[in-house]
Design a protein around this ligand. Structure first.
Ligand code: RI2
Length: 313
């Protein structure tokens, strides 16, 4: 179980972060753990491991979808089960890789030569779009927010520079100051609810507000495993609140200052122009269809949401 506990710690501490990356990492961990189980109680061991991984970070549904996908294994004997679980884990990992590539190809069409694009936090899906536009010869610039308190904007700025893309780093509170210099905004997603709302890094909804006011298109890059079956029946997405020490020094905390540190916020669908998924660019209103028809969640009216065992590439 060590391998699972270590992986869980890496996700919690954000050594491994990003909605796609934690999902993929969970699938890899379940696969690697399955290879080590030598006892008959395969199902119990796997269930326990899945639970530990699921309880690391609450907001990104990609983690839930990854675990649920891998854990929908079948088989009679332990060997059959193991084999099927490993196959499903590999399928999920391929899904992550292929989806990101496809999102880049589909999304880059929305970015024209000469565009200045604003992005927030560090989204591999959003960066895939920006990098693909650059690779296709479009001269673009990016304005990247710092994304406090964890400074993921620094990662974005570095990754864009390493790809040869011109990038300007701004503080989060300067978004409205610069919004009129921007041709479009593109961000990633931790979760998309059945009603089309986007849950993403704290500050995203303020950017969407500023973009709407300035009539700047606001796009989301999200793989279909970021859509939340749990929200089909109105369940609210849990917003992770992280430790106060990420925001304030000890001296302030010792004085009794209360700190709130939500890691994500909710952008209503009215602020979103388009969601770029690996199966096409869709309006946020189509989120329900993605969950039911693409992800195959069909448990309407049942206590437990059920997933059929369709496969993805
Ligand atoms: P990709 C991140 O969460 C950010 O909110 C980012 O927008 C989102 O995951 C999606 O990232 P965190 O783990 O899956 O930094 O597109 O809290 O890489």
């Amino acid at each position: 179980m060590d391998i699972v506990l270590r992986a869980a710690e890496k996700i919690k501490s954000m050594e491994v972060r990003g909605a796609a990356r934690i999902a993929r990492f969970a699938a890899e961990t379940l696969r690697d753990y399955a290879l080590r189980i030598r006892w008959d109680n395969f199902d119990d061991c796997m269930r326990k491991a899945a639970e530990i991984l699921l309880n690391t970070r609450p907001t990104a549904v990609s983690l839930y979808n990854a675990i649920n996908y891998v854990m929908s294994y079948s088989g009679e004997s332990v060997e059959e089960k193991r084999e099927n679980l490993i196959k499903r884990a590999e399928e999920f990992i391929n899904w992550v890789e292929n989806a990101q590539k496809r999102i880049g190809e589909i999304g880059e069409k929305r970015i024209k030569d000469g565009y200045t694009v604003m992005t927030h936090c560090n989204s591999s899906a959003a960066l895939s779009v920006i990098k693909k536009a650059h690779k296709n010869g479009k001269e673009i610039e990016v304005i990247a927010t710092e994304s406090r308190p964890r400074w993921q904007g620094h990662l974005t700025a570095r990754q864009l520079r390493e790809s040869g893309i011109k990038v300007t780093l701004i503080v989060d509170s300067a978004v409205r100051y610069f919004i009129n210099d921007v041709d479009c905004v593109i961000v990633g997603a931790d979760t998309i609810a059945a009603n089309g709302a986007l849950i993403n890094k704290i500050g995203t909804s303020q950017i969407a507000l500023a973009a709407k006011e300035a009539r700047v298109p606001f796009m989301v890059a999200a793989e279909t495993y970021k859509f939340s079956p749990k929200t089909l029946f109105g369940e609210l997405v849990v917003i992770e609140e992280r430790d106060a020490s990420e925001v304030a020094p000890k001296e302030l905390l010792d004085l009794g200052v209360t700190v709130r540190n939500p890691a994500f916020d909710v952008t209503p669908r009215e602020y979103i122009d388009v969601i770029i998924t690996e199966i096409g660019a869709i309006p946020p209103e189509m989120a329900y269809i993605i969950i039911t028809e693409r992800l195959g969640y069909t448990g309407i009216g049942e206590d437990e949401i059920t997933v059929d065992s369709r496969h993805f590439d």
